[in-house]
Design a protein around this ligand. Structure first.
Ligand SMILES: [Zn+2]
Length: 130
């Protein structure tokens, strides 16, 4: 998705848009030099989604072989439509969430009650990517 890519690994200033690495949070520097709050580059609860981003996400979803849901209750639209779209286009769906979700029945695998970071670390180890 290029520059507009959403990632939890990046932060940006809510006021001026300056990008920061997550080291900024680790060092507990939560404010930009302009005084704006530095936030994760993902959509937070209650925020509206960019229509271009949605279209791009839908395209990626349709092309995916494996669709992994990380920490979503899957009760909020439109986020909860993506696992269905993925499934309909032949992807395997894995849901990793603290609690069961309404879409667990369509998932190929469901992981509840596990720390997401820990699960991802184990997957990465398994794939020998680290
Ligand atoms: Zn700023």
């Amino acid at each position: 998705f290029g520059e507009r890519s959403q990632t939890i690994q990046k932060l940006h200033c809510h006021s001026c848009g300056t990008m920061y690495s997550t080291d900024r949070y680790v060092e507990n520097h939560l404010y930009c030099t302009c005084g704006g709050f530095i936030r994760p580059s993902v959509v937070l609860f209650g925020e509206s989604l960019d229509p271009h981003m949605l279209a791009a996400a839908e395209k990626e979803t349709k092309q995916s072989d494996l669709f992994i849901v990380l920490g979503s209750s899957l009760v909020v639209s439109p986020a909860n439509s993506f696992p269905m779209i993925a499934k309909e286009h032949g992807a395997r769906v894995v849901i990793i969430n603290h609690d069961p979700t309404p879409l667990d029945s369509i998932a190929d695998a469901v992981i509840n009650n596990r720390n997401i970071g820990e699960v991802l670390r184990l997957i990465t180890e398994e794939l020998s990517l680290n």
